[in-house]
Design a protein around this ligand. Structure first.
Ligand code: FAD
Length: 609
């Protein structure tokens, strides 16, 4: 029986390695909900059992029901009907129904709306599991952030109107931001929001590239302040699908065929404002996008895992030159690097999700504390500490989120291409899933902000000292002696990062933009290096299966900790060379990109005019 949760050793290990008790306490606000809802856990143990149970049933659903439909979904795609409605592929319809029945469409929503109230970390795992089965389906499953945004910022009336239906899987939503002239630069959104004499809001204009734009509930970014350009002229609105919302076309695209990408025309569509005017982009969409970025990192992990498994299995059975190709050094090297890159990505993503959960916990405590302001019994020193901790985790989450999105999506593209390479000519054929994984992977570095935009977001944190502080905290873990030399290598890397940052700062903003990717790459390599050393020093006692070898016919088992130490060794040793060369490049002062562009790229072709 296929179970995409149980069969994933690394996920099983991390579920035990990460302190889920701490996250359960935060999500359950010290288990206060147990008094009101009989299905809410009374302690960490019960909460963790619930997480395990839900992931287990989702893993089974993904392995046995969703994955077998993914190929047909990819071939069938969606249909735009003459009446403007959209019909999903059969497999998507069936899987959505099953997900609703499994009650997993409100992962992080509060109990009072029928949600599971799970931490973000568990939701990230769920997204990975579903994406491994069908990356396109994840685009609808993973739009739960829309409900979260409503829960975080909308009025109680709006929450009551929508959130039960979201949690029950009765409605799906869409995040409606992009326009023909506003992609990466959302500050230039033009779609008009206006009020009638009675103060009722309406939307008018065009949006494009909207995933599930045919969904029931649309969160729309629109210009509510016609005289104000930039982000502060924008507000966020919610509207229902209805006669004034016209799906003008479905995009014909490279991958994620099961996920409809719509162009929408809003023709004076009635809507309601979310939260306050002018905070649409700067507060609400930023929060929505941060959640969605973690979602895409999870989607990337799922695609990478699926693509790796195709390659790994094929390499064991395909014979050339009288041996299975996995015996050939070039192939085995590729497979090991693929596996390590996936585990590094998972370490980074789960750590990011953990930090986001802690950040949310602090934000809730801060809000509760602000209600006590003026109370003489309030401990001022404690309140100050709370504020500082909250700020710190906000900064960590703000840096780690774009890092995860960037690393995991780039990594999954490489894995998907390498998977095709391992299969050779067969990998290029539609007979094997790796060509679909490669097509599905391609979007992950583009939507929810391109890799370049993630770097712009992450480099700020790296260069303002946040990365250094975060790395210093990671370095304080208890490590086992086996990784001592690796920690020394990481410490050298930290010095190189400091030098690189200092050089960039001295050289100015433009130079920092140019070498931002290299700086962020170094920081990511160091963070994941520490995380892998932490995993190698885990208290979790778990044996995992190793592959068959020449010495043993049957594969043996190996302690996961030992395996993780091997992974950390290979990852950190290889990266030490990479970090040294990146630091050298950054500190070279080479500005040829600025000076030589025209000469090097040549003119625009005449046909482009
Ligand atoms: C399949 C699909 C689904 C989508 N789903 C949704 C959705 O549900 N909702 C929604 O609102 N949008 C959605 N989008 C839109 C998506 O978020 C945008 O395509 C993406 O943000 C990039 O914008 P753009 O396509 O206009 O590219 P552009 O912004 O024109 O970027 C073009 C290139 O310039 C680079 N670039 C731009 N600005 C900078 C900068 N400041 N620094 C460095 N490089 C820069 C980019 O990295 C990119 O390489 C979807 C897109 C696709 C293809």
């Amino acid at each position: 029986m296929a179970n995409f949760y149980r069969d994933n050793d690394d996920m099983q290990f991390l579920f035990r390695h990460i302190d889920l008790g701490e996250l359960a306490e935060i999500a359950e606000e010290n288990f206060k909900f147990a008094a009101e809802f009989d299905y809410a856990p009374v302690n960490s143990e019960e909460a963790i059992q619930n997480y395990d149970m839900v992931l287990d049933s989702l893993g089974q659903l993904s392995g046995e029901f969703i994955a077998p439909r993914a190929e047909d979904v990819d071939r069938e795609g969606n249909t735009l009907n003459e009446d403007g409605s959209v019909t999903y592929a059969k497999g998507i319809r069936e899987s959505l129904e099953k997900l609703a029945q499994a009650e997993v469409m409100g992962f992080t929503l509060p109990y009072r709306f029928g949600g599971l109230n799970f931490p973000n970390l568990i939701y990230s795992m769920a997204i990975e599991i579903v994406s491994r089965a069908d990356a396109a389906l994840m685009n609808i499953f993973g739009l739960q952030g829309i409900a979260e945004t409503i829960n975080a910022f909308a009025s109680e009336d709006i929450k009551l109107k929508y959130l039960y239906d979201f949690a029950a899987g009765k409605v799906t939503g869409a995040m409606v931001l992009t326009e023909p002239d506003a992609g990466s630069d959302l500050q230039s959104v033009k779609l008009r929001a206006f009020q009638d004499n009675g103060g009722k809001w309406y939307l008018h204009g065009v949006k494009r590239f909207i995933t599930n734009g045919c969904g029931d509930v649309l969160l729309v970014l629109a210009r509510s302040e016609p005289d104000r350009s930039g982000g502060l002229g924008l507000s966020l609105f919610v509207c229902d699908r209805g006669p004034t919302v016209h799906i003008r076309r479905l995009e014909d695209k490279l991958g994620i065929h099961g996920s409809p990408t719509c162009e929408i025309f809003f023709d004076n569509t009635p809507c309601e404002i979310i939260g306050e005017r002018q905070r649409g982009l700067v507060t609400y969409v930023m929060s929505l996008m941060n959640g969605a970025r973690i979602g895409i990192a999870g989607q990337s992990m799922g695609i990478a895992e699926a693509a790796f498994r195709v390659a790994r299995d094929y390499a064991a059975s395909r014979k050339q030159f009288g041996v299975a190709i996995e015996k050939l050094p070039a192939v085995r090297d590729m497979l090991i690097d693929m596996k390590i890159a996936i585990e590094a990505g998972r370490a980074l993503l789960y750590e990011t999700s953990r930090v986001v959960d802690i950040e949310i916990g602090y934000a809730k405590r801060l809000e509760a504390d602000s209600r006590l302001r003026g109370n003489d019994n309030r401990d001022k020193a404690e309140a100050k500490q709370l504020k500082n901790d909250s700020r710190k985790y906000k900064r960590y989450a703000g840096m780690l989120t774009p890092m995860s999105k960037y690393y995991c999506s780039e990594m999954c593209n490489k894995i998907a291409y390498d998977s095709i390479q391992v299969l050779g000519g067969s990998g290029y054929m539609r007979d094997y899933a790796c060509e679909r994984h490669a097509r599905d992977a391609r979007i992950t570095t583009i939507y929810e902000g391109t890799s370049q935009l993630q770097i712009v977001a992450a480099v700020r944190g790296v260069c303002s000292g946040t990365a250094e502080k975060f790395i210093a905290e990671l370095a304080q873990q208890q490590f086992q002696p086996e990784v001592k030399d690796l920690l020394e290598k990481l410490a050298e890397g930290e010095e190189q990062l400091k030098k690189s940052i200092a050089f960039c700062k001295e050289a100015g903003n433009e130079y920092m933009d140019l070498y931002g990717r290299a700086v962020v790459d170094i920081a990511i390599d160091l963070i994941t290096g520490f995380l892998l050393c932490g995993q190698a020093s885990s208290k979790v006692d778990m044996e995992v299966a190793a592959a068959e070898s020449e010495q043993t016919d049957d594969g043996e088992t190996i302690p996961m900790k030992h395996r993780k130490a091997m992974i950390a060794r290979r990852y950190i040793t290889k990266n030490a060379y990479k970090i040294a060369s990146l630091a050298e490049l950054i500190c070279s002062g080479d500005k040829s990109t600025f000076t030589d562009y025209e000469a090097l790229v040549g003119g625009v072709s005449e046909l482009a005019d």
